[in-house]
Design a protein around this ligand. Structure first.
Ligand code: ZN
Length: 421
């Protein structure tokens, strides 16, 4: 039993003076006033001033960069930043020690996420880490990423990605497939990846419509991406066959669920936006506001997406472009810019992000029967509005629970407490 100043279920209004009962990892009931038939005992957590919210969902990140601090320089925009990412990757050692290092970095990102109140993550993975994805932290949807421009590299990348997805599914991991981006995935690889997502019924996630340079490369095979790929020696002679953002959106809609990540440039692409709106029953947008602002100098066109009836989920992207893995910091960025209300931003970081990952029946709201995936927050200054209190940067996250088990923080500072509800 957790008692708190506010229980914020997200599928209904905040419950003031509320309580929430957990049994066997699931929420049994919640309400206001005295909990019926309950006497406080050692299992009661009296978090009098606290706020209980659904565990936050990070719709898009790349945990392999969780040790990058500070983020890579974003000056020069996306193609220049991609070059820095490639240099970072190429600078890594190879061999067992380096692979163990990547696994430790992913674990570090999971730990940081849990400490930030996150209980589910959409992870873009370039390979299964040594020992697999650790259990016991946040839930993870692992989107295996693939890219390739030449016929040979595309074929190898596709085969490896599809093999990894089979391994993940066999290990009981929630898997997905991520074609990297329209500028980096040649048409034959696109066909193979979409077919695999359909046949295995796994969701898709893809960076789409990030900048004008992407559109230029797809349209005419020229521009900063062409220059970059020539320098890297990956531009095939004769040029690759590439799909436009609009064509990609139609293809992503052939899978069971898809996240169009970023979509920053969709305000210049009415055809792509119309296709996205047409497929809003299976596609949503995943925005990473701080990263988009750093790389593009503006925020994603969220009003446009919402006006088209498209769900918008929030992600952090990786520490290669953002200083931490705080979903609440992404919410604050949108609210401070006047783009959405505090409540709307939190819905994007819970309900809609859970939908983006295909986890909508598991997490994203507080409701009887659901796993007790939640975060307990403690404001440090007085508030009259629960959503504003949640987003106050001075509010502390004191504990994060997945299925009723504490995965970060503790209730040690609470009265009448035990560590495990
Ligand atoms: Zn990304």
């Amino acid at each position: 039993m957790i008692r708190a100043r506010w229980i914020v279920p997200l599928h209904g209004p905040p419950v003031e003076g509320g309580w929430l009962r957990i049994s066997r990892g699931r929420i049994v009931d919640l309400g206001a006033g005295p909990p019926p038939g309950h006497r406080d005992d050692a299992s009661t957590i009296d978090a009098a001033g606290a706020i209980v919210i659904p565990g936050l969902v990070n719709a898009h990140t790349h945990l392999e960069f969780s040790d990058v601090d500070p983020p890579l320089d974003t000056a020069g925009g996306l193609p220049t930043w991609i070059q820095r990412v490639v240099a970072l990757r190429r600078g890594r050692a190879s061999g067992p020690a380096a692979e163990a290092q990547v696994a430790a970095t992913i674990r570090r990102g999971l730990d940081e996420s849990a400490a930030q109140g996150v209980t589910a993550i959409g992870e873009i993975s370039t390979g299964i880490p040594v020992g697999g994805y650790p259990a016991g932290g946040p839930r993870v949807r692992v989107f295996r990423e693939a890219l390739g421009l030449s016929a040979t590299s595309a074929m190898t990348a596709g085969a490896e990605a599809i093999r990894d997805v089979a391994h993940l599914l066999a290990a009981g991991v929630s898997a997905g497939i991520s074609p990297h981006a329209p500028y980096s995935v040649a048409a034959p690889l696109a066909t193979a990846l979409i077919a695999a997502a359909r046949s295995r019924s796994v969701p898709l996630a893809m960076h789409v419509a990030e900048c004008e340079a992407e559109a230029e490369l797809v349209r005419s095979g020229t521009g900063p991406f062409r220059d970059l790929f020539e320098r890297l020696g990956v531009w095939p002679s004769g040029g690759p066959a590439l799909h436009s953002a609009a064509e990609w959106i139609s293809r992503l809609a052939r899978g069971p669920r898809g996240v169009v990540v970023h979509g920053t440039h969709l305000d210049c692409d009415p055809d792509a936006l119309a296709r996205l709106a047409r497929h809003r029953d299976r596609l949503c947008v995943g925005v990473c506001p701080r990263t988009t602002r750093a790389l593009s100098g503006r925020l994603p066109p969220i009003g446009l997406f919402r006006g088209a009836g498209v769900r918008v989920a929030i992600g952090t992207d990786s520490r290669a472009s953002t200083p931490d893995l705080s979903v609440l910091a992404e919410c604050r960025t949108l609210v401070a810019a006047g783009v959405v209300s505090p409540e709307e931003s939190l819905r994007m970081a819970t309900v809609d992000a859970a939908w983006a990952l295909g986890f909508e029946r598991t997490c994203g709201i507080l409701a009887p029967g659901r796993p007790a995936d939640l975060a307990v927050l403690m404001p440090t200054v007085a508030h009259t509005d629960a959503y504003e209190a949640i987003l106050d940067p001075a509010t502390r996250i004191i504990a994060t629970l997945r299925a009723g088990r504490v995965i970060a923080g503790s209730f040690a500072c609470m009265s009448n407490t035990s560590d495990r509800p």
